[in-house]
Design a protein around this ligand. Structure first.
Ligand code: C2E
Ligand code: CA
Ligand code: CA
Length: 709
């Protein structure tokens, strides 16, 4: 019972303060009830005592009457005294003396008074049997009977009836007074205790709030409670805990944002700094500094001296940066200028200048100051090291609107500076050859490429290694640019991914391939076409459904389409990939894992994926004849994939030596310039029609002829 009550109390959704107040209220109520009860009992007892006293008085009165008088006289005397009492005491309802016959009947007395005594006979019997004074309460009266004795013989009785109304009134007045006092006490005590409890639990509430904020990632340290109790202690340890969380957080931040050797910000911090400044519409100048001799210090004098040299260079550049920051602040008369020095790696450093004072002229002046600083040698652990530097500069917005583009522009101009004889600086070229310009143009044109129909799918044959029969092709995208001619996917797909065009382009490729496959089918040709899909495409939740819909729209068998996903993309989240691809495999679409060997997959997770085909990356194939370790890797890969039941496609086969080796190791298919370059659909149609399995011998002949085998 008590257990379940406590449980209920603990589970009840109330704050600590409310809970305490509830508890105190219950306690107060119990205490005041007890107080009222005890007080009331006290009042009642006082009332009873007053009756007892009256009875004792009466008894004394009876005893005080001369006992040698005759019974009649004594009773008459008694009656006259009682009459006087009745007259003076307004609470007396009756008062009489009565004589008794030997058989116990009333013999004499004031008849009016006797009639007013409702319990006369009863009281008589009580007194008679006991021979002692008797009381009885009832009908708003206290009835008192005192026997009048002569020796041991009862000769009569004095009877007095006193109204209890007055006493009851005083008792009930006392009771109500007690209750009023109790209520007043509760009314006063409850809010006071609530305030006090609130005061007590306030720090707990503050701590709770701070904990919640901490959980939400707000790392402001809570103000510690200045109290000398458990709460103060709790608050202090909480603040200490928060501080240690912040410290480790900052340690991680520092590790990921600073360069270990120089203690300077690293490239990542430089990126954040730059993008933050660009986000606030500040002008930004990026200076890439390359110190040519520094690398050789490592080689000649050892890593330790090399590190010392880097630290010495960092120190000198740091003070330059501070001077520059001062100057910019003075000249721009504003707070918005800022300078960041970072180590980009190796012997490369970078400066970012931001603020309204950043102009081409000022940046050029600063670059001169930096170069001049290299005139004096650096002290690297006792060795005087001389370095010369080259600087490449990029300015926003002309040379790029984000850090990535700005940095590439700066690197381009750095290469420029180096090639025009070191110890100099160069600005990014704002002409058609600059990276930023090229990228901008590509972005603009690319958005138009799909609607303008400039994208075209090429087909590179895939052949069976055993007999050279063409089985199908890999679809490879080309961009027929009006002025730049045929552009390969490497030059534009990354940009398409960056500007969110990849889904649209991917859809175009798949639809175009399906359309083409339907045409070929109508002409009795059934090549299997492999289509590449990018990360953003296959991460769509409805990817499988979408692909199946496009295949269904074209009315071609699912088995004529193969989907290629690179190993790296597939292994980003193997479980999800497996789940998303399963519907495709079940529907009969073939699945290939592309560029195998370049990622870090373990074969165990590979077996849990629904792939049918594994494409061995070109880098292994191209090395497999010359390089022993590549040979072993390819041999092992092919051995394992055979065990696991995969078909294999070797990519980039260029020589018949490679072909022989792959055939020996049990590779199933191959693709490469040896068999055919990516070609237009019409060319591939001719190629395929001529070299299907039935005509495969010719292809082998062809290959032998070409390679002179
Ligand atoms: P990939 O999937 O590894 O495609 C094979 C690449 O190797 C193709 O380059 C092909 O032309 C080239 N190649 C084939 N045989 C040989 C050879 O014997 N020697 C040499 N040196 N190269 C050979 P390509 O067409 O420039 O495509 C490059 C990459 O662009 C592809 O690599 C693929 O990842 C991507 N890509 C191409 N088309 C698409 C597409 O429609 N969608 C997506 N998402 N990616 C595509
Ligand atoms: Ca591919
Ligand atoms: Ca590939």
């Amino acid at each position: 019972m008590l257990g379940s009550l406590t449980q209920w109390y603990v589970r009840f959704p109330l704050g600590l303060a409310a809970r305490f107040t509830l508890f105190v209220a219950a306690l107060l109520l119990a205490l005041t009830t007890a107080f009222v009860y005890v007080n009331n009992r006290e009042a009642e007892r006082a009332a009873n005592t007053s009756f007892e006293e009256k009875a004792a008085d009466l008894q004394a009165l009876v005893r005080g009457l001369a006992s040698d008088l005759s019974a009649d006289l004594r009773l008459a005397d008694l009656q006259s005294v009682l009459n006087r009492i009745a007259a003076t005491n307004e609470n007396t309802r009756y008062a009489y003396a009565v004589g008794m016959t030997a058989d116990g009947r009333l013999a004499a007395g004031d008849p009016d008074s006797v009639l007013a005594d409702p319990v006369a006979s009863l009281a008589l019997t009580d007194a008679l049997s006991a021979g002692l004074p008797a009381f009885r309460r009832g009908d708003g009266l206290m009835h008192i009977a005192v026997p009048v004795k002569t020796g041991e013989q009862i000769i009569g009785m004095a009877r007095v009836g006193i109204s209890t109304a007055a006493v009851e009134e005083t008792v009930s007045a006392a009771v109500s007074r007690n209750i009023i006092v109790a209520i007043g006490f509760i009314i006063l005590a409850l809010p006071l205790s609530a305030i006090f409890i609130n005061y007590l639990t306030e720090p707990v509430r503050r701590l709770t709030l701070a904990t919640r904020r901490l959980a939400d990632g707000d790392f402001s340290i809570p103000v510690t409670e200045k109290r000398n109790d458990e709460l103060g202690e709790l608050s202090q340890s909480f603040a200490a805990m928060t501080r240690s969380i912040i410290d480790s957080f900052e340690a991680v931040q520092t590790l990921t944002l600073t360069d270990r050797v120089s203690g300077l910000p690293n490239r990542e911090q430089m990126r954040r700094f730059t993008d933050a400044a660009l986000g606030r519409d500040r002008k930004v100048a990026l200076l890439c500094i390359d110190l040519d001799r520094l690398k050789r210090v490592n080689e000649a004098l050892g890593i330790e001296i090399g590190d010392n040299a880097i630290i010495a260079v960092s120190e000198r550049l740091k003070s330059l940066g501070l001077e520059q920051a001062d100057r910019m602040e003075r000249e721009a008369l504003g707070q918005d200028s800022d300078v960041l020095l970072s180590r980009l790696g190796g012997d490369e450093f970078g400066f970012v200048l931001t603020g309204s004072g950043v102009t081409e002229e000022k940046t050029g002046e600063f670059a001169k100051v930096v170069l001049a600083a290299f005139a004096r040698p650096f002290d690297a652990g006792g060795h005087a090291v001389s370095v010369t530097g080259s600087i490449g500069i990029a300015l926003s917005p002309e040379d790029g609107a984000d850090f990535g583009v700005l940095l590439r522009s700066a690197y381009n101009s750095l290469a420029d500076a180096k090639s025009s004889g070191r110890n100099t600086y160069k600005f990014a070229r704002r002409d058609v050859n600059s990276y930023a310009y090229r990228r901008l143009m590509v972005e603009q044109d690319l958005r138009q490429a799909v609607p303008k129909g400039e994208l075209e799918v090429f087909y590179q044959p895939q052949v069976a290694l055993t007999d050279g029969a063409v089985m199908g092709a890999e679809a490879l995208l080309r961009w027929r640019h009006p002025s730049r001619g045929l552009v390969g996917p490497v030059d534009f797909l990354e940009i398409a991914e960056d500007i969110g065009l990849m889904d649209e382009i991917g859809d175009f490729v798949l639809r175009d391939v399906c359309r083409q496959a339907a045409l070929w089918q109508a002409r009795g040709l059934q090549p299997r076409i492999a289509v590449n899909v990018s990360a953003s495409q296959c991460q769509r939740t409805d990817f499988a459904k979408h692909v199946l819909q496009i295949i269904a729209d074209a009315k071609i068998p699912t088995s004529s389409i193969e989907i290629e996903i690179t190993e790296t993309v597939a292994m980003l989240d193997p479980r999800t990939t497996a789940r998303e691809l399963m519907p495709l495999r079940s529907a009969g679409v073939r699945l290939a894992i592309d560029d195998f060997g370049t990622g870090y997959s373990n074969l165990a997770s590979l077996t849990r994926m629904p792939f049918n085909i594994l494409k061995i990356d070109r880098s292994f194939v191209s090395e497999c004849v010359r390089d022993g370790s590549a040979r072993i890797v390819v041999a092992m890969l092919l051995g394992m994939t055979r065990e696991l039941g995969f078909e294999t496609v070797a990519e980039g086969v260029e020589s018949s030596a490679q072909r022989e080796f792959l055939l020996q190791q049990g590779c199933t298919y191959a693709q490469g310039f040896l068999f055919g370059k990516p070609m237009m659909a019409s060319e591939f149609e001719t190629f395929f029609a001529a070299r299907r399995r039935s005509d495969a011998r010719d292809l082998l002949q062809d290959v032998r002829f070409k390679t002179g085998a």
